[in-house]
Design a binder for this molecule. Structure first.
Ligand code: DGT
Ligand code: CA
Ligand code: CA
Length: 588
């Protein structure tokens, strides 16, 4: 699949053009990149079937970009990109990955200090060469070093959301083999951890050689680390590794339990087995030399005195004790965590009104295809000018537009994929929490919406007390019902902002604020630990995708996974409720 390679190039072109302060064009390339990044069909296939015209039908791809895709598919190169790189020979993707470093900073650093990559930048910052440059201060230099340190810590791990589509494709390919009797993903991917080190796959087969031959010769493999009858290990183009293990049928359950982990969970289960006079390993559960369980995973758990539990819980964070209580008939057994089918709508989506990729109607159609009952359109508001944020007047106009589309959708003659389902678009907004905690939209305008979300999109580096106060003040606004991405972390890019989370939780409780679990692969904010704290305090949450494109609606599973990892139950999440009940959460 060439989509990701193309997306990467277009993101870089956008950065190079931004450096040269060219108007509008960077935005066009970014849009095309986002679209390609999430496109399900291979651009090469699209081109093969329908040529240039078909490429132009990809959202965000116009004639000029379509021609560049064609050029890349034919020659493996894009001349425009190479020219830009020649002019400014910097590692743009690597450098702009640092929090606070944008294309313009990269340009200034290259022009004055010939900084081309992270190594150069770190060296220069350490000997304080940055702080003297025009527009740079001591603080900037410190922030850059902090940003680099953060990047290094997360190096070598991949975002679950970015690798999952490829993992599913590879599992699909392996499933086509007649020699494969059973197959499952294991490890951190099965536990749906937000970042993964490598992918683990488990297969039952009587002909491991055939399976392994196929595995190491799949397309898109760039390295074979090891190949043997029970274990092979490869690296794929995207840069991550896959471990494949073939086991005997009678050990499938125990192998799955072992290789799903986590390691900490395994250590605890093994200890439990020992206490019972049993031996637990990847081959089975043994009493003396006799195998008493191992075929299937639930049997393994039963044999050691537990019950089966969802992989998302297996982090040795109290799930074993909870399972024991459950077996003993005591209170506080395992939580009945929210299911992947429990969500009835998405309450945080952007439309083309604020520069998102799709019209309100297209977003609504996509939501209906997901069998939702409702979709909340929550475009950015005016403080965010680059995102074309809406002002009070535009919000009122948008209201009319949404009413029009609702009338159309709710008309019984309207043809849609699921004519039986009722569906409604809600109007919200994602307002900005300004530095002093006030909201960038007047109360009279907020009042007219179905609900309002508020989030922090600027000044991330405030002192802790001030940041805490800022968020709490926003929560006190009676029209703000949800706080989006409450801690502001960006995986592999920046930490949570400094704030007193316990205080924030108490305020959310007091003011009846719903906290968001944002499903974007880079956010997953709240994270599992914070979700668990919120749940313990009885705070309601909402799982949203923050979609800027119809294809982003599918990120929902990532948010649900995070909620499950945080032990959240259906009743903790408001968008599991049908529309009439949901709206009661937003009473003014
Ligand atoms: P990752 O790949 O870093 O995202 O995390 P995992 O959990 O996928 O870890 P990985 O790939 O090293 O190993 C897969 C599973 O195998 C792990 O979750 C538990 C099991 N495992 C690996 N090493 C050990 C070990 O030393 N002791 C025990 N008890 N289990 C292990
Ligand atoms: Ca792994
Ligand atoms: Ca592994």
């Amino acid at each position: 699949m060439k989509n990701q390679e193309l997306a990467k190039i277009f993101y870089e072109i956008a950065d190079f053009l931004e450096m040269e302060e060219i108007a509008f064009k960077p935005y066009a390339y970014q849009k095309a990149a986002i679209s390609l990044d999430t496109l399900e069909e291979d651009a090469a296939e699209i081109y093969k079937k329908g040529g240039l015209k078909a490429l132009e039908k990809i959202p965000g791809v116009g004639k000029s970009i379509a021609e560049k895709i064609e050029e890349y598919l034919k020659t493996g190169k894009i001349k425009h990109y190479q020219d830009l790189k020649k002019k400014m020979p910097v590692q743009i993707e690597e450098l702009t990955a640092i929090e606070g470093v944008g294309p313009k900073t990269v340009k200034a650093l290259y022009k004055s200090l010939k900084i081309k990559n992270i190594e150069d930048l770190e060296k220069a910052a350490r000997v304080h060469k940055i702080r003297g440059l025009p527009g740079f201060q001591e603080k900037t230099e410190k922030n850059i070093l902090q940003g680099i340190a953060f990047l290094k810590r997360s190096k070598g791990r991949f975002l679950l959301g970015e690798i999952l589509p490829q993992v599913k494709e590879i599992l699909g390919q392996l499933k086509t083999l007649k020699e494969v009797e059973q197959i499952s993903v294991a490890g951190s991917v099965r536990r749906m951890k937000e970042t993964i080190g490598d992918v683990d796959i488990l297969i039952v087969s009587k002909k491991p050689d055939k399976v392994m031959d196929f595995f190491v010769s799949m397309p898109g493999i760039i390295k074979v680390w090891a190949k043997g009858p029970t274990r092979s290990s490869i690296r794929v183009e995207q840069g991550f590794d896959i471990d494949l293990r073939v086991v005997a049928k009678k050990s499938y359950g125990s192998a799955l339990q072992y290789f799903t982990g986590s390691k900490e969970h395994n250590i605890a289960t093994r200890r439990l087995a020992i206490e019972k006079g049993l031996k637990l390993n990847e081959y089975g559960v043994f009493k003396n030399k006799k195998m008493i369980a191992g075929w299937r995973e639930p049997g393994v758990y039963r044999a050691i005195g537990l019950v089966w539990m969802p992989p998302e819980l297996r982090e040795n964070q109290g799930e074993i004790e909870a399972a024991l209580r459950q077996v003993q008939g005591k209170l506080n057994g395992l939580p009945k965590i929210i299911g992947y089918q429990d969500i009835k709508g998405d309450l945080h989506c952007h439309s083309d009104w604020d520069g998102g990729n799709n019209s309100i109607e297209k977003m609504a159609e996509a939501a209906q295809q997901m069998d939702y009952e409702y979709l909340g359109i929550t475009d950015h508001t005016k403080f965010l000018r680059i995102e074309q944020g809406l002002d009070e007047r535009q919000l009122a106009q948008q209201r009319k537009e949404i009413e029009k589309i609702n009338a159309k959708i709710q008309n019984p003659n309207y043809s849609k994929s699921n004519p039986k389902s009722k569906f409604q678009i809600l109007q919200g907004c994602e307002a900005n929490i300004l530095n002093d905690g006030s909201i960038d939209i007047k109360d009279e305008a907020l009042k007219k919406l179905d609900y309002a979300i508020a989030g922090i999109h600027s000044s991330f580096k405030m002192p802790k007390a001030k940041m805490t106060e800022r968020i709490i003040k926003a929560m006190k606004n009676p029209y703000i019902k949800i706080i989006s991405h409450p801690t502001g972390r960006i995986l592999k890019k920046r930490d949570e902002y400094q704030c007193d989370f316990e205080k924030i939780l108490r305020a959310a409780k007091t003011f009846g604020i719903v906290l968001e679990i944002n499903s974007q692969p880079r956010r997953l904010d709240l994270n599992d630990q914070n979700i668990r704290r919120a749940k313990e305090m009885g705070i309601k949450m909402v799982i949203n995708t923050d979609a800027h494109h119809t294809s982003h609606l599918r990120f929902m599973d990532l948010g649900i996974a995070q909620a499950r990892r945080g032990w959240a139950e259906k009743k903790d999440i408001i968008n599991t409720q049908p529309l009439d009940r949901l709206l009661k959460n937003f009473k003014k």
